[in-house]
Design a protein around this ligand. Structure first.
Ligand SMILES: [Zn+2]
Length: 225
């Protein structure tokens, strides 16, 4: 196996995975059945970041054919990410719990039900805008307009692009709890937008607070004789 680049879903660090960090096994269904030969492939990866060392577990089901040493994998039929159990990124706990819960659930059901996922994602986005910017509660579309002068222009462009997208855009002015039909890509873009603003707003603010605190502490220490 060649080394490969990988981003750990637990610590979000870009790392290189070498042979000793991955273990893969196959289990074939060789009993005669109505569907045909299938092979389950499971893969553990352990994060090499010393501060993390968490593992991920993914399983994939393949159409397969008998091979020499082990079965040959033909087409992938399904894939399950078991640990962590969705593509949801892990965000720090200083972000309000209700926001993180909506975000996680929206990620979890993204492929299963894009429209339910998009509904949760819009509610999550509204929760973020109200909590972080303290806007007067109203329609999501007005709340977004309200924060425009205060938001970094690049972040604003991302918000504006996603809110104008297909059916999401067509129903933006309606109540966020109305379920609208969206495809999985639209749901994914909404989730991506939420991840961006969580990072740009909450995480950046916290990192800045810690940095400033360090400078103040160092300056104070120097002043004291
Ligand atoms: Zn990690």
């Amino acid at each position: 196996m060649n080394d490969f680049n990988w981003t750990c879903p637990h610590c979000e660090r870009a790392v290189t995975i070498s042979e000793g960090r991955v273990t893969i096994r196959q289990h074939s269904l060789v009993i005669k059945n109505a569907i045909g030969r299938r092979t389950l492939r499971s893969e553990f990866i352990v994060c090499p970041n010393p501060d993390c060392q968490q593992f991920t577990l993914k399983t994939e089901l393949y159409k397969s054919a008998e091979g020499h040493y082990e079965d040959r994998l033909l087409a992938k039929v399904e894939e399950w990410r078991l640990v962590p159990n969705s593509k949801a990124k892990v965000f720090p706990t200083y972000i309000p719990q209700a926001i993180l819960a909506d975000y996680k659930e929206a990620s979890l059901i993204r492929d299963l039900s894009p429209k339910a996922s998009a509904t949760l994602a819009r509610r999550c986005l509204q929760g973020i805008i109200r909590d972080y910017w303290g806007v007067k509660p109203g329609r999501l579309v007005d709340e977004i307009d309200d924060i425009k002068p205060r938001v970094d222009p690049l972040t604003w462009d991302a918000i504006d692009a996603v809110r104008k997208l297909g059916n999401i855009g067509a129903h933006m002015e309606k109540d966020i709890n109305i379920i609208i039909d969206v495809d999985p890509e639209e749901a994914e873009l909404l989730i991506g937008l939420i991840e961006t603003v969580l990072r740009e707003w909450y995480v950046a603010r916290e990192e800045r607070r810690v940095r400033m605190g360090t400078i103040v502490a160092a300056a104070t220490a120097k002043k004291t004789p």
